[in-house]
Design a protein around this ligand. Structure first.
Ligand SMILES: Cc1cc2nc3c(=O)[nH]c(=O)nc-3n(C[C@H](O)[C@H](O)[C@H](O)COP(=O)(O)OP(=O)(O)OC[C@H]3O[C@@H](n4cnc5c(N)ncnc54)[C@H](O)[C@@H]3O)c2cc1C
Length: 511
């Protein structure tokens, strides 16, 4: 072999290796949206690398939505059995926290998969400044990504067309003085627990705290809910949190508002007996509260919110913005990190928005962004709390910033800014009365609809099946269906959702 041949072979081999690590897109983090998008792009003929540090599918299937709803379901059965649900979580939901099936689904779809940590070269994945710097440093589209596979050394990959970030969020764990590590739980400890503590203090009053409080209380755990503010579910209409708290108290959950932990210390374990299987020596802690009270619990669950693992700013097309607010070419982000609503459905909806831009509508995806103000959210407590769109306050602020230009038909109603609010008790519907339901439905509307009249901009339902009732209201808010049109619908009798018709009637009466 001549030296020329030899060097040709080397350079061919080298370029092959380089080509191996050149793809059309790298998806960093495979939560619900990232997994969905990687498969969509591969289905559209793109060469795609998907990198996941932990489990393909992210928080939702392994530690979040699915296990928590399985717990709630079991806790509401006749004889709740923790062993049964712990087994279901292992066998049916998470494959013992093994994502082989999800990885196979991804690779079968044509995605190259690496388990490991990925970073856009030049900095931590995803800060707007770094993304901007990389974008402006000559990489018109896409970028270089360093991937450190589990147990391997770093590899450099090139994404020719796009880098998509879906690195999700992690719990915000405010330090609690004196809390021993063994007694500090996050939702992951609950989901993976084979036995339950006798007693638990939960710090937080948001959806995760409330769902876990009610689920665990259903299995006989003595739950104390410590809420810094004045009510549960502070992101929802006040009546929602109040009704949930009332129900919790009736179920024996000790709900304490305006309360924080000041200090935790080891308690004398011999004074407390365990009936749920935890060995006594790892037993209770003494929790001093800001109210001056003290409680003894086995564990302290910190459910004080979540924060993005990487900071990005995105526009409605999920394009990452640089410090000047300009989209970085070829850079996208999905999911919790975007601040567009920390939900599985937002992450997956954002995947469709990005896929639509990258693949085009002929791949069966809609390239248009969905209205940010019409994202539904549900807390699966009993009573369930479901909401979509704007609260009354947000609608008023919105109207004020719009200068009241479209006061329209709403001008004479409650509020001179054109915002109308109607609220009905579910018990006032025939079905609510028959079923002796506690709960309510609130509609927020304002003028300036497609027909010039009122249009719904928000809705909240509290009560049984609230998340299901919300479906119709989500369509109305999303599609800006005129209130006059909604009011013509003969809602089925006797359903709970007939309350929508009653509330629409109230809205129209004020018009
Ligand atoms: C207890 C609980 C209950 C919930 N219930 C619901 C519910 O009922 N309904 C609902 O819609 N939502 C629910 N959520 C929220 C839901 O789980 C998230 O919104 C959802 O998982 C979407 O998150 P994501 O797409 O941002 O990605 P995530 O699910 O957060 O996944 C991101 C992934 O990125 C990986 N990663 C991070 N950094 C890197 C890196 N540099 N390189 C490689 N990989 C990386 C992580 O390992 C992770 O797997 C719940 C959450 C919790 C905690």
């Amino acid at each position: 072999m001549t030296p020329e041949h030899f060097s040709e072979q080397i350079s061919e081999h080298h370029s092959d290796r380089t080509a191996d690590r050149t793809v059309d897109a790298v998806v960093i983090g495979l939560g619900p949206g990232g997994e969905d998008l990687a498969a969509r792009l591969a289905g559209g003929g793109w060469r795609v690398l998907g990198v996941e540090a932990h489990l393909v599918g992210g928080e939702c299937p392994y530690y979040g939505c699915i296990p928590s709803k399985m717990m709630l379901h079991e806790s509401r059965r006749g004889h709740p059995d923790w062993h049964r649900v712990a087994t279901r979580i292992r066998a049916e939901a998470t494959d013992h926290w093994d994502d082989t099936v999800a990885v196979e689904r991804l690779t079968d779809a044509g995605v190259t998969f690496l388990r490991g940590h990925a970073e856009i070269q030049g900095g931590t994945a995803g800060t707007a400044d770094q993304a901007g710097a990389a974008g402006k440093a000559g990489m018109a589209v896409g970028a270089s990504v360093t991937v450190t596979p589990e147990g391997g050394s770093p590899q450099l990959w090139t994404a020719r067309r796009a880098v998509v970030l879906n690195t999700g969020s992690a719990p915000v764990l405010a330090p609690v003085p004196g809390l021993p590590e063994r007694a500090a739980w996050t939702h992951r400890d609950v989901v993976t627990a084979e036995t339950l503590p006798d007693s638990l203090a939960i710090v937080g009053g948001g959806p995760v705290a409330c769902e876990l409080a009610q689920a665990l209380a259903g299995f006989g755990v003595r739950v104390t809910l410590l809420v810094r503010g004045d009510r549960l579910l502070s992101g929802e209409v006040p009546e929602a949190g109040d009704l949930v708290a009332e129900r919790f108290r009736s179920e024996g959950i000790d709900v304490r508002t305006h309360t924080e932990i000041t200090e935790v210390s080891e308690a004398d374990a011999t004074r407390y007996e365990s009936s749920h299987g935890l060995p006594t020596p790892s037993g209770p802690v003494d929790v001093a509260l800001s109210t001056g009270d003290r409680i003894h619990v086995d564990r302290v669950l910190l459910a004080t919110g979540r924060a993005p693992r990487d900071e990005v700013r995105v526009d409605e097309w999920c394009r990452v913005l640089d410090a000047a607010g300009d989209p970085v070419p070829g850079r996208y982000a999905l999911g919790d990190m975007t601040g567009a609503g920390p939900f599985t459905h937002t992450s997956v909806a954002q995947s469709a928005v990005v896929a639509g831009q990258l693949l085009g509508a002929n791949h069966g995806v809609g390239a248009r962004p969905y209205p940010r103000n019409a994202v539904p959210r549900v807390t699966y407590t009993n009573p369930e709390v479901a909401a979509v769109g704007l609260s009354e306050d947000a609608a008023r602020a919105d109207a004020a910033s719009a200068g009241g230009q479209d006061r329209g038909a709403g001008g004479e109603g409650r509020g001179s800014d054109g915002v109308r609010v109607a609220r009905v008790d579910l018990a006032s519907s025939s079905r609510g009365w028959i079923d002796e339901v506690a709960g309510h439905l609130t509609l927020v509307a304002r003028g300036g609809g497609p027909d010039g009249g009122l249009v719904l901009v928000g809705a909240t339902v509290v009560g049984p099946g609230a998340g299901e009732i919300l479906g119709a209201l989500t369509v109305a808010v999303h599609a800006r269906v005129p209130v006059a049109e909604l009011a013509r619908i003969p809602w089925a009798y006797p359903t709970l959702h007939r309350a929508i018709g009653d509330a629409l009637g109230k809205l129209s009466q004020g018009a």
